[in-house]
Design a binder for this molecule. Sequence first.
Ligand code: NDP
Length: 282
Amino acid sequence: MSSTPAPDRYAVFGHPISHSKSPRIHSLFAQQTGQIIEYRAQDVLPEAFDANVKNFFASGGKGLNCTVPLKELAFQLAAANVTERALHAGAVNTLLLDSDGVLSGDNTDGAGLLRDLTANLKLNLNGKRLLLLGAGGASRGVILPLLQQHPARLVIANRTLEKAETLAKHFAEFGFIDASGFEGLAGQNFDLIINATSASLSDALPPLPSGLPAEGAGCYDLAYGMRPTAFVRWGQANGAAFSVDGLGMLVEQAAEAFYLWRGVRPDTRPVIDALENERKSG
Ligand code: NDP
């Protein structure tokens, strides 16, 4: 008598984690591609992170995603074996065992944003003026892929100017990048404004001068929620041609992780559509 094989096990670790859409996204990917996997969300505190990762893989787990506040810890844990993009980001959101059984780390956030901007929203960033708000972990992870699109310039604006300056210095060899405080943005305009601050999570906004969006400009918030975020609403009120949140990036970074684990690239469009419909009816 043949028995069905046990599904390969995956999980996302974070704290808090109950809001996570990752189990839903990966189950839609698995259905679509015929992969037999189980994917769970697990609340893990920073101090218990290393032990939980070790237990997970020791008990046969195949791959992990790590989210707030664990990405830097995941980077440290896999430091000997991380990809170049994770190295530049200083953070890891995807862990797996390599062919020798050694823990390895990658960061798919930047690729996820880039795919949402270029494949889904059909933007060409070449020669464009980009403004990136915030200089935290997410910002650090998206700078290199943005510069690789050869924008005319990328300005990083942050409440704590010093952090923006540190990032601008780190990435200076990859393109035209400047640092600024928010007040220093007055009188400038941009073709794409990306919010990578965590202000939206408390429905707040950085203090942005008016007139920032150039004609035809877009606004993109890495944060996402059931309703338009404060920054998405700011873009709509300030004349942006489009103003969207980071749901597409979330699905795209997950697709990149799924590909690393399973070697199959899911079609993201129907998954983004399903999540958008779920939040409309939700
Ligand atoms: P961090 O805590 O590392 O950084 C937070 C940043 O936000 C800092 O630059 C901080 O400025 C700034 N900030 C916080 N509150 C305010 C405020 N009220 N006004 C102005 N600036 C503020 O967070 P992350 O970089 O990890 O995450 C940033 C956002 O990106 C979150 O909303 C997160 O949900 C989202 N994200 C979305 C992903 C997706 O797939 N869609 C993936 C990854 C992240 P300062 O340095 O001065 O403290």
